[in-house]
Design a protein around this ligand. Structure first.
Ligand SMILES: [Zn+2]
Length: 88
């Protein structure tokens, strides 16, 4: 019985190792919603890396995109198997 459990464990690890990661170009557009009105805007990762002020086209709400948000966004992409190239 112990032997069959070990086999199942090994197969599970092999499946994880075979997971394919996808490299995205740095100019990939990221949909971000306005905090104030939920209007969706597409910003490229190249632009977001400059930690810009984001101005809503619909309601004019302005906020700074923070380093923390950039880190969270890139971390979320990595968790889904996407990696961003450092340049476009
Ligand atoms: Zn807005």
């Amino acid at each position: 019985m112990a032997h069959s459990e070990n086999t199942a464990e090994t197969q599970h690890e092999a499946a994880n190792a075979a997971q394919i990661s996808t490299i995205l170009p740095a100019n990939t557009a990221m949909p971000l919603e306005c905090d104030a009105c939920d209007q969706v805007h597409n910003y490229s990762m190249t632009f977001l890396r400059t930690l810009p002020n984001l101005v809503c086209k619909r309601c004019g709400d302005t906020r700074q995109f923070s380093k923390i948000e950039l880190t969270v966004l890139e971390g979320a992409l990595n968790n889904m198997g996407y990696y961003l190239s450092k340049s476009a």
